[in-house]
Design a protein around this ligand. Structure first.
Ligand SMILES: [Zn+2]
Length: 85
């Protein structure tokens, strides 16, 4: 893995690395730690809806539906609390 180790040496020495190299270093470090690669939140969930907005991508229908469902649930819960008083 000389390719990666020399990259890391450049990185540690503070030499400029371009984006592709920086990404390679990130991948390499992740592999060293044995952590799972980042998996984006799936569509059709509230987390997916949040991802769309974070990434400023158009919210797809399954995500919209998930958000609406959560809103309905929250409203229903709020109503329930109101009725208790
Ligand atoms: Zn989506």
């Amino acid at each position: 893995m000389r390719y990666h180790s020399s990259l890391q040496q450049a990185y540690q020495a503070g030499e400029p690395v371009d984006d592709a190299c920086a990404e390679a270093i990130r991948v390499y470090k992740r592999a060293l730690k044995g952590t799972k690669p980042f998996t984006p939140a799936p569509c059709g969930t509230a987390a997916g809806d949040a991802r769309h907005r974070r990434e400023k991508t158009p919210v797809c229908d399954p995500c919209k539906e998930a958000r609406n469902k959560r809103r309905r649930e929250e409203r229903a819960k709020a109503k329930e609390l109101e009725n208790k008083e």
